[in-house]
Design a protein around this ligand. Structure first.
Ligand SMILES: C[S@@+](CC[C@H](N)C(=O)[O-])C[C@H]1O[C@@H](n2cnc3c(N)ncnc32)[C@H](O)[C@@H]1O
Length: 232
């Protein structure tokens, strides 16, 4: 099978995208904000409007031409999380409308969000940085419409609770680095990049990102699922 294409909605600067690419997908990103560091083909658009138009047979506009819905094998979506955070606030809740459109697509999909969004998600699988030898815990939930298996957390291999770490601080080699809003104040961007396994993002982009290791694991299982669908 040649490299299948995956649509990466709410792409940010491409943490998820790079994992899928490593697993064997070609990736096209869609985000409402400009993403100058996104490493693959990128379309600036509202993801919901984009998906709705695409479902109705519109061609996906691309710098070098266009792509049709049929050109894609799977979709990943990372709707913004602030609306689901316990801190609350007036933010859009996009998981449900996105799921509706993803279901209409008929394609295998992945919806990612934070643990606070658990009630809005259907039987999500949790991934943790400790399972990948990373210096973040960064639990993230992944809803799929195909079977996904997760490795267990390995918190015992990490040192220090992020909430007790305060800058200025030089974290020991296996200590957790808090890469989230405000958390990494005082931590050099190089330390945060290393902790996430991401070497191309700014501090602000890092705090929104998924470590590529997560989606590399998901992508590998998704490829198996796609192959099984092909031969069924
Ligand atoms: C959590 S971040 C995505 C992080 C990304 N998955 C990664 O791993 O790097 C959410 C992204 O959604 C984008 N966004 C918010 N509302 C949007 C919308 N209506 N359409 C498209 N993108 C949107 C934001 O600009 C932000 O980049």
């Amino acid at each position: 099978m040649s490299r299948p294409q995956l649509l990466d909605l709410f792409s940010g600067a491409g943490g998820a995208a790079v994992g899928y690419h490593r697993a064997g997908f070609d990736v096209v990103g869609v985000d409402i904000a400009p993403q100058p560091r996104y490493p693959f083909e990128f379309v600036r658009a509202d993801a919901l409007e984009f998906l709705a138009a695409w479902q109705h047979g519109e061609r996906l506009p691309m710098p070098g031409g266009g792509l049709w819905r049929e050109d894609f094998a799977a979709i990943h979506a990372s709707p913004p999380c602030p609306g689901y955070s316990v801190q609350g606030g007036d933010h859009p809740l996009l998981i449900e409308p996105v799921r509706e459109l993803l279901e209409q697509s008929g394609l295998p999909y992945v919806i990612e969000n934070i643990p606070d969004a658990r009630k809005a998600m259907r039987a999500p699988t949790t991934l943790c940085g400790s399972s990948f030898g990373l210096r973040v815990r960064r639990h993230r939930l992944f809803e799929t419409n195909w079977p996904l298996m997760a490795p267990p957390c390995a918190h015992g291999l990490q040192r220090s609770n992020p909430h007790r770490m305060r800058a200025p601080y030089t974290p020991p080699a296996n200590a957790i680095v808090p890469v989230y809003g405000g958390g990494q104040v005082g931590f050099p961007v190089a330390v945060c990049r290393d902790a996430m396994g991401i070497d191309w993002m700014t501090t602000d982009e890092l705090k929104d990102a998924i470590p590529p290791a997560y989606t590399e694991l998901i992508g590998a299982q998704l490829l198996v699922h796609l192959r099984a669908r092909q031969t069924a």
